[in-house]
Design a binder for this molecule. Structure first.
Ligand code: FMN
Length: 177
């Protein structure tokens, strides 16, 4: 089990070169269903996922992620999971101590980690996209007023070999006390 997780974190990488292999909608659904198991504060699950798999919708979402020439590679993504943030429903004592939505962005981070690692476990490459043109994206997926998405996960297949990870040294970020 541990080896399996180790392999996933070592091979998951942001994919900026998707190939032409089609991605079945059922695989995207499987990835999203696995991610529903992600933890969240008070188990409030303050998220919604829009699974974008129809070609015309995929194109519209891709266009909302390319403002100022950013993320041109998303044009070759085969699907997107658009993650929107919702109000959390924490225990009353937690609301009083932290405020209603204090943990929402952490919760979304957990969901996105599950999405990307879940995708990797099924051989699907991914890239988290935070550069979003909000109104365009909302229109593309038909998101209701008041809902916001700050994270989209682009999905597809790739032939790119695993890169060496560039990370801070453990001594910089881990302190054993
Ligand atoms: C919140 C967030 C937003 C990101 N937004 C983008 C983005 O808009 N475009 C992009 O190419 N990569 C984006 N990334 C991917 C990061 O650049 C990438 O995870 C980081 O450089 C580490 O590389 P790796 O994922 O290949 O290990 C984002 C990652 C996170 C967590």
């Amino acid at each position: 089990m541990f080896e399996c997780f180790e392999n996933l974190v070592n091979t998951r990488q942001s994919c900026r070169e998707f190939n032409d292999k089609p991605l079945d909608a059922s695989v995207v659904e499987k990835i999203a269903t696995l991610a529903l198991k992600a933890p969240s504060a008070c188990n409030s699950q303050p998220w919604k996922m829009y699974l974008v798999t129809k070609p015309e919708k995929v194109k519209a979402v891709a266009e909302s992620l390319q403002e100022r020439g950013r993320n041109p590679f998303v044009s070759k993504a085969k699907a997107f999971v658009v993650v929107s943030e919702r109000d959390a429903t924490l225990f009353e004592s937690a609301v009083q101590k932290f405020g209603k939505n204090h943990f929402v962005k952490y919760d979304i981070g957990e969901l996105v980690a599950y999405l990307t690692l879940g995708a990797q476990s099924l051989g699907v490459s991914s890239c988290i996209i935070g550069w979003i043109e909000q109104e365009k994206l909302k229109k593309a997926v038909g998101m209701p007023e008041g809902e916001v998405s700050n994270i989209v996960v682009a999905l597809g297949y790739s032939d790119i070999p695993v890169r060496e990870k560039k990370r801070k040294d453990a001594v910089e970020v881990i302190k054993i006390i």
